[in-house]
Ligand binder design. Structure first.
Ligand code: PHE
Length: 341
């Protein structure tokens, strides 16, 4: 029996030190020390021994079990360390390899100009509104005093969705005046930037889709002087001190009196050049005192309240702000162009 145990010990120690995985090691533990393992098998023969031999063999068996358990433990530690090593090796990151070049985009110059415009108006206490591009003709025309028969309602000027001309792509941001009057408490001070659509051919100053920034103030005792003062202050903030503007009389159905505002051409300083089509001035907005009928249609007492409104062409302002000579550059999105701002 001693010889059997000796043999078991030799075999076990050899295979345990040679085990090459945690799983193999566990199999060996079961093989030698498990309930149905080889050591148990030997101990089952204890019954055949004499009463003197039995405790001696029992002690030897316990020593062998303890020795093999210790062997298994250290083999496990060795295998675990090796596995960790291999994992670290596999997941190692070479920090000296050059990184991938990430190309950062640029904010579009028109949106840069819009951010500046919003900042200026918010600083003056205006609220920024957002509104629908698909609009009801009632808001785009009727409630703005442009009733049936007004030339701007023509099919050759406007994109309609239906045959009875009720739903359309808004041709101006002015419907936001009505939406603000219908939903906001007085006094009102808002701007509403967004896209507008007209059936225009593309050229250096036109596009069938462009952007406007609508603005409106309604309060008691508001006059044309406030309109001019505010817009001149905005232009000086945007384009720099001493920016020259001029106001010309104009007509809009929803304002009375109406005007357009020009800014002196940045290219030629007013002498006349291709950018301003020889005029020395660039038209940037339409404006005026809100027509009393428009106030009344939206439920505002025109005896008590007055207001003014304007609609700026955002592309035109961005062109002037960043000295861009052709409107088409704004929509082409050529990165070589966009990178310059
Ligand atoms: N909506 C006008 C346009 O598109 C501009 C405008 C806005 C004029 C507000 C007066 C008041 O031309």
């Amino acid at each position: 029996m001693k010889a059997l145990m000796q043999e078991l010990r030799e075999n076990a120690v050899k295979s345990i030190t040679g085990a090459d995985s945690i799983e193999a090691l566990e199999a060996l533990r079961v093989k030698y020390l498990g309930k149905k393992g080889e050591l148990t098998a030997i101990l089952k023969q204890m019954g055949k021994l004499s009463a003197e031999e039995r405790p001696v063999m029992g002690q030897l068996a316990n020593q062998l079990r303890a020795e093999l358990e210790k062997n298994i433990e250290s083999a496990r530690a060795r295998l675990e360390a090796a596995a960790l090593e291999a994992k670290l090796e596999l997941e190692a990151v070479d920090v000296t390899i050059p990184g991938e070049d990430i190309r950062l985009g640029h904010k579009h110059p028109m949106y840069k100009a819009l951010d500046e415009i919003k900042d200026i108006f918010v600083g003056m206490g205006f609220t920024v509104l957002d509104g629908p591009e698909v609009e009801l003709a009632t808001y785009n025309f009727d409630k703005l005093n442009a009733e049936e028969g007004h030339p701007s309602r023509d099919w050759s000027d406007t994109f309609y969705f239906d045959t009875d001309s009720r739903v359309m792509l808004r041709s101006q941001t002015s419907p936001m005046q009505v939406r603000a009057m219908e939903t906001m408490e007085l006094p009102i001070r808002i701007i509403a930037p967004g896209r507008v659509y007209r059936k225009d051919e593309v050229d250096a100053t036109h596009s069938p889709m462009f952007h406007q920034v609508e603005g409106m103030v309604i309060d008691k005792g508001v006059t044309m002087a406030d309109l001019k003062g505010t817009l001149n202050a905005v232009m000086e903030e945007l384009f720099g001190k001493g920016t020259v503007t001029r106001f010309r009389p104009h007509h809009f159905p929803f304002t009375e009196p109406s005007c357009e505002m020009d800014v002196q051409c940045h290219k030629c300083g007013g002498k006349g050049c291709p950018t301003c089509k020889g005029e020395g001035w660039i038209e940037v907005l339409g404006a005026g005192m809100i027509h009393p009928r428009v106030l009344e249609m939206s439920g505002i007492d025109s005896e008590e309240y007055t207001g003014w409104a304007f609609g700026m062409g955002l592309e035109r302002l961005a062109m002037r702000r960043f000295k861009i000579s052709d409107l088409r550059l704004i929509f082409e999105n050529d990165v070589r162009f966009l990178e310059q701002f």
